[in-house]
Design a protein around this ligand. Structure first.
Ligand code: CMC
Length: 359
């Protein structure tokens, strides 16, 4: 019995394939490293939607429609109140998404895709006591996200780095959040319901909530020479090292390398990068010593943290930025599950008390 559903095949998909032994991720037939930094996020999201919305507009029309969807979603920001804002960026963004209609048509799908970008950037501005910057429907998605978050345009290199990030994390097999989204879609509930399930599963630190704690770990370690002692102490206290380990990968997560390349191209704070390299090296060595039977390597979240920090997102918003990309995968998986037509309904083994047998 696999209590974590390890090895259980619960769906067939044409969207992505995670090969944990080889450390390979294929998205719609292409290796992630051939897509990140090569195709824009709009094109990746369109590819993921192919076959699930008929007819799908051309890439130009799709890009324009996504820009318009950002503007439409932005209108919903007016519903944000002080209490919601006080819940933090992720909860506030999720609550605004819950207000969207629960439909399954293409226009609703695009609005959902645009929503984490339009909402998170507005929330970050409001949290900083500034007026939200409205979307520019004509701008590329990644560039517009950075401009909305900062209130001024980002450099082309920064926009390209965010674009590469969004493509890298757009889909990843039947991970916990995608499974949650597919379970909801299998009941034929709408796309907003499926996306809310995905968002809620993503929030936890074992999944998309890991990169914020990666920054906390780097800050606590402070200097490369402190890495080994700090990491040993954390493991001795029974903590997990954030940004390391994976359910499927038994080797390095290929997304970590895609993001490391993106970060190197962008350039950054040399001291921060040296600290990260020292922490990565020390963590891998210690994990090998302590868990010789369980190959534990770096995962996508370690370099996500460094890249999103370099792009000036606050750690509390990292999971929201993850959702900006993964929303494309959730929507495509939800449509695929609804089309495949089978209700996802596993069983549990009862281990509680039973009524006494009748004499
Ligand atoms: N640090 C220390 N020990 C670890 C770690 C870690 N990061 N990951 C796994 N282990 C140990 C774990 O304690 C266990 O040891 P033992 O057998 O002695 O009890 C062994 O490795 C196997 O762990 P598991 O719980 O069976 O592994 P899992 O497949 O359930 O966990 C994971 C996968 C990602 C939840 C886990 O590696 C983890 O908690 N990592 C840290 C959080 C993190 O970085 N999450 C982001 C994941 S990547 C983004 C995504 O795709 O979702």
């Amino acid at each position: 019995m696999a209590l974590g559903l390890d090895e259980v095949i619960a769906a067939e998909t044409v969207l992505s394939d995670v090969d944990g032994a080889a450390g390979r991720l294929v998205l719609r037939g292409e290796a992630v490293e051939d897509l990140a930094g090569v195709v824009p996020f709009e094109a990746m999201a369109r590819r993921l939607f192919e076959g699930f919305f008929d007819p799908l507009p051309s890439l130009n029309e799709y890009t324009r429609a996504l820009g318009n969807a950002r503007a439409e979603a932005f209108a919903e920001v007016a519903a944000l109140d002080e209490r919601l804002l006080a819940r933090g960026a992720f909860d506030a963004m999720r609550a605004l998404i819950a207000r969207l209609p629960d439909d399954t048509d293409f226009a609703s799908a695009l609005k959902l895709l645009a929503a984490p970008a339009a909402f998170t950037t507005a929330i970050l501005r409001l949290e900083a006591g500034k007026a939200p910057a409205p979307p520019d429907p004509d701008a590329p998605h990644a560039a517009d996200i950075l401009r909305m978050a900062r209130g001024r345009p980002a450099s082309a290199a920064e926009a390209a780095a965010l674009d590469a990030y969004l493509v890298t994390i757009s889909d990843h097999g039947l991970n916990a959040s995608t499974f949650a989204a597919r379970v909801v879609a299998s009941t034929h509930a709408g796309l907003t319901s499926a996306a809310l399930a995905g968002l809620s599963a993503l929030k936890g630190p074992l999944h998309g909530g890991a990169p914020g704690p990666v920054i906390a770990m780097l800050d606590a370690i402070g200097k490369p020479e402190n890495a080994r002692a700090w990491l040993e102490g954390a493991l001795t206290r029974g903590q997990r090292l954030m940004g390391f380990g994976h359910r499927i990968y038994r080797v390095r997560d290929p997304r970590a390398d895609a993001l490391k390349t993106t970060l190197q191209k962008l350039g950054g704070d040399a001291e921060r990068l040296a600290l990260a390299a020292a922490v990565e090296q020390a963590a891998l060595a210690i994990l090998r010593e302590r868990k010789p039977l369980r190959p534990l390597d770096v995962n996508v979240e370690f370099y996500t943290a460094l890249l999103l920090e370099r792009l000036s997102f606050p750690p509390e918003a990292f999971t929201c930025v993850f959702a900006m990309g993964r929303m494309a995968g959730w929507i495509a998986h939800a449509r695929e599950q609804a089309f495949s037509g089978r209700l996802l309904r596993p069983q549990s083994r009862y281990v509680g008390p039973r009524p006494p047998k009748a004499a």
